[in-house]
Design a protein. Structure first.
Lengths: 766, 149
């Protein structure tokens, strides 16, 4: 169970090298895997508990060319957060490399060699800033020692500085290119010999001046994503998949499909019953000479389906079932004081219900993968967040050893959690096998992506608060009803797992003496997946909406009342009052406790920057919300403008973020800006619904996402500055959770209408 | 059927109903023209036909016969079209996937309107989705490109 949970955690929260280039004089020595506890690190993280742990050996990550080019391996997938640039930048800074002479190479999937590669959970900087600093510092040590060897002097007299080593007493200099061969023959130093830079000496870290490495390629059309991969001889496939989860092919007739010019073959793919992890859904694939022919062939294909028991999945009736669950006592997940007694004795009881429908990621690049099998070895090109996991899954799908599978990671045209699940790569593996090993590229269309995703879970939150006669909140009973993503990995637990509960429910910092958090039963009838910030979205929506509702009830300022609910600056420790476990995002409590001083600070900062309390014209309103997620503290103030017809725009957003020490503030701002857009999308527009087990949405016309000019165009990011001793956390996800409640609270402030069912849609126009 | 792609003469003999996007991507290997929706809803596949921005996923081959197609790869010889430069100066991209379409659309706008108002920029760009949410930077990049062009 421990192992299973570990694997899940790895999955939930989930982004080559040296061999090819070291011909020019690189560092080549066998891999040396060191537990993360042995880093030259200042604090412990959960990185060591992840598959592959961490690796910092320069012989794995850094290659020196005799021309002075420094090549640094980046081992996490790039889906837009910038970690492909930021982690090598950390190495470069510590080794005193000149960034303009650094080349970045993407690692293939190999966690034994590179350390954990599961790029999600906002972990890339959190888990790898320290190993990458160590790696860079160790490289600097080796360069200084190489110079000492060349000059025949003490290494203590040699100092690396901006791509050269200087012999201090004489002023002699050797460039990194000149030192490449000597340095590459040196052994990796022991940790006690590795000295990290003083942060005052950083050239790149924390400055926000380094642009992403792919910027030129992206703007000229040369950046390569999985949809762009063309292995010579490739065939192209699209798959007709069962429209209902658990469905199978009843009959199919390939005749009409085979008549389409360019269609080569029609192949049935078997379904795997749940829990299927990332196994393909099954169906019928059409393989052709080009993508268009495959799409036309699939249109011509005749397939009938056995739908199975999930054919009754209907979002309306499912919501009613969830509501019924919310009304009755659930399984207690965290308990403090005596909620029943407090509610019975309360001067006033307020009961509310909040609902968020399924959502889907729709990364701009729909899933795609190419697989080729040759001489008993499989090679994969895919836009996967977890290349290490993909390697294992492809190997077991094909009955091969992991060593015989190579996973090349392309750029990801967005991920948001969808590309943590490698089902599309497994389809390509099966189809390549069916084609005798020829390279087969599986292309998902946008309709495929919307119809067959791993959906952001539908969620109902039933919250009851008790107030005493002085207006103090004395009781908080919160029932969360939501099908679990664990249903992919084990028999459906029919309620949120400890992992999901730790995403903003049982880790609530609220200062209420009688507090009970419960779960109700909800059976998964589709594939549930993680979506950027996962269950933090519904949990924060309910809690932060309820706080604003209570403030209104009490006639208090929502920001002041939010601070009152958070309570005084302290460490909140729910570990003893939770029923299962507080996973704390897989990281050690000692490094990342729940610190309400930091929570209060972001609330106050966002409010101040937004001009909280200043008068607004009619039709405008501000809302505020805060959430600690992925060990990062984020508060957002949203200002809305609502016209007489009920059209809502968002003229201004202020977000304060405390993510510990910041490596690249410019990319933090881009993540915060993007989170506001995604947050507004889900608060205002996004909804996946099921009828007869089938997803009812198809493409961007009926699953609209935010477009330019529709709000969140004026996002101000306020970064809390921290020294390097404040452990870095992540920024990819934490911007999302506070947005929807802050927005809805602003709508309530502007209009007096309280929205409890997302998305907002046309509700103000009714 | 004859057409020009990035100023080169091309001869196309295949399915006249095939969208231009698949011809560019699968046959010419010009993968800067991205597949996003296949229905003209997201703008990731935007190219120029005779200088005007169009969605290549819903433009079929028979309609481009005799016309000149420009893709992101042909927008400028050195990648330094004012829109591309503005994009880099503003650090617009996150994942980057939609950006070729955004840039082609913005360049198409500036071909037709050298000095667009804010509203004209928003109206012209509203067909191009960015799921990473780079909109405020896209907007400022188009504005600064217009000033420079």
């Amino acid at each position: 169970m421990k192992t299973r949970n570990q694997a899940l955690i790895e999955n939930v929260s989930r982004r080559n090298m040296l061999k090819g280039i070291v011909g020019t004089g690189g560092l080549v020595i066998a891999a040396q895997i060191v537990p993360s506890s042995l880093l030259a690190a200042e604090y412990k993280t959960g990185a060591g508990g992840m598959p592959g742990g961490t690796v910092w050996d320069p012989h794995i990550f850094v290659s020196l060319g005799t021309d002075g080019t420094v090549t640094i391996v980046t081992h996490r997938s790039e889906m837009g957060t910038g970690s492909r640039t930021s982690l090598p930048m950390v190495v470069a800074d510590e080794m005193e490399a000149d960034w303009s002479r650094v080349k970045i190479v993407q690692a293939e999937g190999n966690e034994q060699k590179y350390g954990n590669q599961d790029t999600d959970g906002s972990r890339s900087i959190r888990h790898f800033i320290q190993p990458m600093r160590t790696c860079g510092a160790a490289t600097r040590y080796m360069l200084e020692h190489a110079a000492a060897v060349v000059w025949g002097v003490s290494s203590l007299e040699c100092e690396a500085e901006n791509h050269q080593v200087i012999h201090k007493p004489t002023g002699r200099k050797l460039g990194y290119g000149e030192l490449a061969e000597t340095a590459s023959k040196l052994k990796t130093p022991s940790l006690r010999d590795v000295t990290l830079k003083d942060p005052s000496e950083f050239r790149y870290i924390g400055k926000g001046k380094v642009q992403i490495t792919d910027l030129h390629d992206i703007t000229t059309g040369h950046a390569m994503y999985a949809q762009d991969i063309h292995v010579p001889g490739s065939k192209f496939a699209v798959v007709a998949r069962p429209p209902v989860l658990g469905g199978t092919v009843k009959t199919y007739d390939e005749a009409a499909a085979m008549k389409v010019k360019g269609v080569i073959k029609v192949v049935k793919i078997n379904a795997t019953p749940m829990p299927a992890k990332f196994a393909p859904l099954g169906g019928v694939a059409v393989i052709a000479d080009n993508t268009w022919a495959a799409i036309k062939g699939r249109e011509a294909l005749k397939v009938t389906w056995n739908d199975g028991p999930n054919a009754n999945y209907d979002s309306d009736t499912y919501k009613a079932k969830m509501q019924a669950q919310g009304k009755k006592p659930g399984k207690v997940e965290r308990n403090e004081g005596d909620v029943d007694k407090a509610l019975a004795g309360a001067a006033k009881v307020i009961e509310r219900e909040y609902y968020i429908p399924h959502g889907v990621h729709v990364p701009m690049e729909p899933p795609a993968a190419t697989v080729q099998i040759k001489n008993g070895k499989a090679e994969v090109w895919a836009c996967v967040q977890s290349p290490g996991g993909t390697r294992g899954d492809v190997a077991s799908t094909l009955g091969m050893k992991e060593d015989d599978v190579k996973v090349n990671v392309t750029l990801l045209g967005g991920g948001f959690g969808r590309k943590s699940k490698c089902d599309f790569a497994l389809e390509a593996a099966l189809l390549s096998k069916a084609m005798g090993g020829a390279p087969v590229k599986v292309v998902w269309t946008r309709e495929d992506d919307i119809h067959h995703s791993f959906y952001h879970s539908v969620s109902l939150q039933h919250v009851t608060a008790g107030l005493d006669k002085d207006g103090k909140v004395i009781a908080w009973r919160h029932r969360s009803v939501s099908p679990s993503l664990m249903s992919n990995f084990m028999p459906d637990p029919k309620r949120e797992s400890s992992l999901e509960l730790g995403l903003g429910l049982i880790d609530t910092p609220f200062n209420v003496p009688n507090l009970r958090l419960e779960t109700g039963e909800a059976v998964a009838q589709t594939r549930i997946g993680w979506f950027r910030s996962v269950n933090n979205i519904p949990h924060a929506f309910a809690m932060q909406s309820m706080v604003a509702e209570l403030a209104q009830e009490l006639g208090k300022d929502p920001k002041d009342f939010l601070l009152e609910m958070i309570g005084p600056a302290r460490i909140v420790d729910p570990r003893k009052t939770v029923t299962s476990e507080l996973w704390n995002y897989g990281d050690p409590w000692e490094t990342y406790p729940i610190d309400t001083a930091r929570l209060r600070r972001v609330v106050e900062r966002a409010a101040k920057e937004a001009g909280w309390g200043e008068a607004l014209p009619k039709g405008r309103g501000r809302g505020i919300a805060v959430q600690r997620s992925f060990l990062t503290y984020v508060a957002t103030v949203v200002e809305v403008a609502v016209d007489d017809e009920g059209n809502v725009t968002v003229p201004r957003v202020d977000t304060a973020i405390d993510a510990g020490f910041i490596v690249n503030p410019e990319r933090v701002a881009s993540q915060v800006e993007g989170a506001a857009v995604m947050g507004l999308s889900l608060a205002k527009l996004n909804q996946i619904t099921f009828k007869n087990g089938r997803v009812q949405q198809n493409n961007f016309h009926d699953y609209p996402v935010l477009r330019i000019g529709q709000g969140a165009m004026n996002v101000h990011t306020h970064i809390i500055e921290n020294s390097i001793d404040v452990p870095s956390s992540g920024v990819g996800e934490p911007g999302v959770p506070p947005f929807a409640p802050a927005f809805i609270n602003a709508v309530a402030a502007a209009t007096g209408k309280r929205i409890r069912n997302l998305p907002l849609g046309e509700q103000l126009k009714a | 059927m004859k057409l020009k792609v990035n100023q080169q003469d091309k001869n196309f003999e295949g399915d006249a109903q095939m969208p231009l996007m698949w011809y560019l991507r699968d046959e010419l290997g010009l993968t800067g023209t991205k597949f996003g929706c296949g229905s003209g809803l997201c703008g990731a596949c935007t190219v120029h036909i005779d200088g005007k921005a169009v969605r290549s996923c819903v433009t079929v081959m028979k309609d481009v016969s005799g016309h000149a197609v420009t893709t992101i790869e042909g927008l400028s010889a050195d990648g330094n079209h004012p829109v591309q430069k503005a994009w880099r100066a503003a650090n617009v991209p996150q994942c980057g996937y939609c950006q070729c379409g955004q840039i082609m659309n913005a360049a198409g706008l500036l071909n037709e309107n050298k000095n667009p108002s804010d509203d004209e920029i928003l109206a012209a760009m509203q067909g191009n989705i960015c799921r990473c949410g780079c909109y405020q930077r896209i907007f400022s990049a188009v504005k600064s490109a217009a000033q420079e062009a």
